[in-house]
Design a protein around this ligand. Structure first.
Ligand SMILES: [Zn+2]
Ligand SMILES: [Zn+2]
Ligand SMILES: [Zn+2]
Length: 278
């Protein structure tokens, strides 16, 4: 790989129709889980094959990725995404950040480091886990390590990315941990949560589309289960909702059929037209 090999693609950024692509919809170990013989892990329904959680939003000014899961390379190849222009992070858990090295090719095409929008706690984890990316030592060759630019965000201040206004939504992820959901216009992505404060609920009213965590049927200390997610969807009243971060308890066909008409299971590769991003 050389610096010139892909530079001709640098200008091919425009997305005529904004859309959301579910790159991954699985829980932290993925589905199938390694070594599991259950019916869902052995299923031939491709919608039961779930890589780790991420979405890509094709905005008019480029591709915005939410999280860099360990499956990122295969997800981008599968969806034929040639370039990511910016990344925002929900939180620092391994299933959401340990594919970050896969952005290494993009600076050649962007002509600059990849912008990463994250809170200070996520920045600290990235700087620790990817210390080689921030080394002052001269690179042995171009592209030998990821070129990253960290841009700080916080719980309250909306920020502008690729022509879209992104509003952070703080969410509880178990008793001791907080993550960010994100709202772009009438669309919101809220994974890895089992509690939403009243002030955050106020940021999630009037949505067209809500994507919400729903791990399994039984309760879990850090994720909504299906019942809790449905209650939250009823309270927030989006026009439609999609459940993600799904585990191997969720057999896509029968569970999808059991949900209310306006609630669906997300699946890897699902594409939705992006509602208003204004
Ligand atoms: Zn997760
Ligand atoms: Zn299983
Ligand atoms: Zn998590």
């Amino acid at each position: 790989m050389t610096a010139t090999a892909d530079s001709t693609n640098a200008a091919s950024t425009a997305n005529s129709i904004p859309e959301v692509i579910f790159l991954g919809t699985g829980t932290s170990v993925g589905v199938p889980a390694i070594g599991c013989d259950c019916d869902v892990c052995q299923s031939t329904d491709p919608r039961n094959n779930r890589t780790r959680c991420s979405i890509l939003i094709r905005l008019p000014e480029g591709n915005l990725l939410i999280d860099t899961p360990p499956d990122l390379r295969t997800q981008l190849l599968r969806e034929k995404i040639k370039l990511v222009h910016a990344v925002v992070f929900t939180h620092e858990h391994a299933d959401h950040i340990y594919g970050l090295d896969d952005v290494r090719l993009f600076p050649f095409r962007l002509g600059r480091p990849v912008p990463l929008y994250c809170r200070a706690d996520v920045e600290a984890r990235i700087r620790t886990s990817y210390d080689y990316a921030f080394s002052q030592r001269e690179q042995t060759h171009a592209g030998s390590r990821p070129q990253l630019e960290i841009l700080s965000i916080n719980n309250d201040d909306p920020f502008e990315v690729l022509g879209a206004r992104v509003a952070p939504v703080p969410l509880k992820h178990g008793p001791h941990f907080e993550v960010l959901g994100f709202r772009l216009g009438d669309f919101a992505y809220c994974t890895d949560t089992n509690h939403i404060s009243e002030s955050s609920k106020d940021r999630l009213r009037g949505l067209d589309t809500l994507v919400l965590d729903a791990l399994r049927f039984t309760p879990h200390p850090t994720h909504f289960n299906i019942e809790e997610a449905l209650e939250m969807i009823e309270e927030l009243a989006p026009r439609q909702a999609f459940l993600t971060h799904l585990g191997h308890d969720i057999d896509h066909g029968p569970v999808e059929a059991s949900l209310p008409d306006h609630v669906h299971l997300a699946y890897d590769g699902l594409r939705l037209p992006m509602p208003s991003i204004a």
